[in-house]
Ligand binder design. Structure first.
Ligand code: CMP
Length: 138
């Protein structure tokens, strides 16, 4: 039991062959995988998923990057899932990510930063619903 967060292992990490090590670190940290899929965002998917960032200067780059290759999308469960997962992945900019965090270990840059973690319970639900049907989310 516990509550939920949503994650994506991003195209850089999948392309570099780091997805297995990242999933292993997530499981070792006590997260349970509720739902998991290997998929690729279309340009339209990425625009919709990141609509909250539409006015940011990096929106175009973000959309292009996130649709550039396959990803893993997952819903994870653990007590205090959102906050604990953000601690596990580290700062958005890997240069600032704490030692041993997923981004410190595997990310290349602030754009190609290996992994996504929801920033609130509300967004975790919205983001999980974007990728998974109700049946897949049980
Ligand atoms: P994430 O938190 O998963 O979702 C928003 C993403 O935007 C973030 O990860 C970064 O990958 C990306 N991002 C944030 N700031 C920048 C930036 N300055 N330049 C490029 N990408 C960014």
């Amino acid at each position: 039991a516990g509550n939920r967060t949503f994650t994506m292992i991003k195209p850089d990490a999948v392309g570099n062959g780091h997805a297995g090590k990242i999933l292993d670190q997530i499981l070792e940290a006590g997260f349970r995988v509720v739902a998991l899929k290997y998929t690729q965002l279309t340009d339209a998917d990425a625009k919709a998923f990141y609509a909250v960032h539409k006015e940011r200067p990096f929106y175009g780059e973000l959309v292009e990057y996130m649709s550039s290759g396959p990803i893993y999308a997952a819903i994870l469960e653990k007590d205090n899932a959102v906050a604990d997962f953000r601690t596990l992945i580290g700062a958005t900019n890997p240069a600032e990510a704490a030692e041993g965090t997923i981004r410190q270990r595997f990310a290349e840059s602030i754009a190609a930063n290996a992994i996504h973690g929801s920033d609130s319970d509300e967004n975790a639900a919205i983001e999980g619903n974007f990728f998974f049907s109700e049946r897949e989310r049980h």
